[in-house]
Structure formats: C-alpha cells, structure tokens
Design a protein around this ligand. Structure first.
Ligand code: 13P
Ligand code: SF4
Length: 346
C-alpha cells in the first residue's frame, strides 16, 4: 500500500542518513517531493549536485538533470534515476550527429563568428560539444546573463535546443526577430529569408511539448473572462505567448512571484501541472488557475513516482544499485567546462 511504501522510504532515508541525497525538480509529483532533500529549478539542482558529498544521489527529475548531476559530482558518487524512461522530449530534439552536421554547414556561412550555447535540457554530448568550442550551458533562470556573456565572446550565437527560450531571451536583450534564424535539424537547412550577414542568433528548431500547449487562444479567453487576472508563464512558451503574458521566468521565479503576491490577487500560470497544482494548494488566499484549463502534465517527469523512488532506494539498501547514470569520461570532461561557465555566472 501507499502507506507501507512511504514508511519504507522513510526508513531507508533514516538508515542512509547523510550518505543519501534526493534532489527533486519542481515538476515532480507530490508523492515524490515529500521525500526530496532539496527542491529547485534546474539551476538550483545543478548547484546542489555540485555541492553534495553524499555517496548516493537519487535524482527525482529527468535524464539530462541526472547526467548533469553525474558530471558535477566526483567519480565515487553514484547518481541514480529512479525510472530510465524519464527523458525529456525537448532534449531528444537535438542529437549530437545532427548538431555536428549543422555546425559544419553553418561554419560555411558564418565562419568562426559563432558561439554555441545550450539549454541544460540537452544531452551530455551536446553540452560537451558546446564546452569544446568555448560555449556554455544556460538555464531558464540565467539565460539572459549567459546570452549577454556569449555576445562578449562572439558575434553570433547558436542556441540549442529550445527555440522559444532562445528567442524570448535574445528578444529581451534587444535582438529583433529579423536578426534570428532557425536551424531545422530535419531538413538540415537554415530557415531565414534575408541576408545571412544580418543574423545574430541561430535558434535550433526544438521545443517543449508541455509549454507549447499554452496558446494565444488561452490568453485571449482569459483576458475576456478575467481581465484582472495576471498571466505568468515559463519562457519555454512561444514568443507570442510570452509577449502577451504579464511575466515570464523559471519555475523558481514563478514560485517566488506567487509567494510575494498580495492576498486576493488573481493569477493564471503557464507551466507544468504538478507545479501549478502545488502552488494552488499552497496559496488558498489567492485565486490561481492553469493558463490552459486542461492542465498540462510532463509525462516523462511523471514517470518518477513513489514505487520507482522506493525501488531505487531499496537497490541501494541491497547493495546492487539500479539505473546508475554514468556519463563517459571524455564527454564529461568537455561538458564540465560548459557547465562551469554557467555556474560561474550564476
Ligand atoms: P526550470 O525549473 O529550470 O525553470 O526548468 C523547467 C523545465 O522545463 C525543466 O525541464
Ligand atoms: Fe522536457 Fe518540457 Fe518536460 Fe521540461 S517540461 S522535462 S522541457 S518535456
């Protein structure tokens, strides 16, 4: 039963003590968050991984986060993902072969003028690709800083794999849409109408399937029905949606904005369902809804549940750890340079 599973998780946590660290991303289910030693956005969880001395890190999040944790911890520390099927469809939209092919083609147009930046929502191999070329990783909470930094290094940026975070960030920093091109990894072509010498940012054509479900239609309806309501979205939403919203930021920013808001204020939030539901529960004094009334779950985040968490913990108890995430050493070495640049600027 659920109660038995919860009791077992508690028991193993107590037994392992400081030897065990459970980070939980804000999109995780309540039944998992209950047992997290630290919760956070992607940046906070990467920082927590870099600092922990625990021997076992049971990462409650998705695959790229566990890879990042493995890269930032030392070799003797074991990182476990409770369900190997917890991937990220956005990270899967850029594979390393496509990226190498794209770079080669883009170099023919732009020469040595580009710096690669990748959203942390990417494979370790893509992070290594960026690290090898002097580039860095970014998260939604430091994308502005990192893009500003990138422009001190090179004239142009290739931004992987989320076109929306890339477009939203560059636009905020004053790059007009006309100076942004899109690289299509399916056709291997640059989508751009004008003279390529005007291009400042090349956006990889990837997206988050959860955040694309928040639409202009949702916003129009809300503005009609609830004109007082403020709209707060994640920057993985499209540029059009972010422009028509009141505020945009990382999961940490969304949480803090609601915490600071006045009692009685009204909010529509455009991000993953578990987080929106948790915020609703924690703030009964405010009127909060999901921007898309159908509530949008991230199916892969949701694969981590109480039974999988318990299974992972029991495997540590038995001494036969399952689902270890281990990034190859040469990849890790190059990826760490990209991650460290981000952590230094954080
Ligand atoms: P943050 O928590 O860093 O805002 O990231 C959101 C996300 O989609 C993670 O996959
Ligand atoms: Fe990936 Fe989107 Fe899920 Fe985040 S919410 S893990 S970006 S699919």
């Amino acid at each position: 039963t659920t109660d038995e599973m919860r009791a077992r998780v508690k028991e193993i946590k107590e037994k392992l003590g400081e030897d065990l660290f459970i980070p939980g991303h804000h999109y995780q289910k309540d039944e998992v968050i209950e047992f997290a030693d630290a919760t956070g956005d992607s940046l906070q969880l990467a920082q927590a991984a870099a600092e922990t001395t625990a021997s076992f890190i049971v990462f409650c999040g998705v695959h790229f986060m566990a890879e990042t944790a493995d890269i930032l911890t030392n070799e003797s520390q074991v990182v476990i993902l409770p369900d190997m099927r917890a991937g990220c469809s956005m990270a899967d939209m850029a594979d390393i072969h496509q990226t190498e092919r794209a770079w080669e083609k883009l170099e023919k147009v732009f020469g040595d003028s580009m710096l690669p930046l990748t959203y942390v929502n990417s494979t370790a191999a893509i992070k290594a690709f960026c690290g090898k070329r002097g580039g860095a990783t970014v998260t939604s909470s430091n994308a502005h800083k990192m893009v500003e930094w990138a422009f001190t290094q090179k004239e142009r940026i290739l931004f992987l794999p989320d076109q929306h975070l890339g477009r939203n960030t560059a636009y905020d920093l004053g790059v007009p849409l006309e100076e942004m091109a899109v690289w299509n990894p399916i056709t291997d072509e640059l989508e751009y109408d004008g003279d390529p010498s005007n291009v400042k940012v090349i956006l990889w054509k990837g997206h988050c399937s959860v955040h694309e479900k928040f639409t202009l239609g949702n916003i129009e309806q809300l503005r009609r029905d609830k004109p007082e309501m403020k709209i707060l979205v994640h920057p993985e939403c499209t540029w059009e949606v972010v422009q028509k919203s009141d505020l945009a930021g990382s999961t940490k920013y969304i949480i803090e904005t609601i915490e600071k808001a006045e009692a009685g204020s009204q909010w529509a939030i455009g991000t993953e369902m578990n987080l929106v539901n948790r915020i609703i529960q924690q703030h009964p004094d405010k009127e909060i809804v999901s921007l898309n009334p159908n509530m949008c779950p991230c199916l892969t985040m949701n694969r981590i549940d109480l039974p999988h968490l318990l299974w992972a913990l029991e495997s540590i108890e038995n001494g036969e750890t399952i689902n270890r995430i281990q990034v190859e050493q040469d990849v890790a070495q190059q990826a760490i340079s990209a991650l460290n640049k981000m952590l230094e600027h954080a």
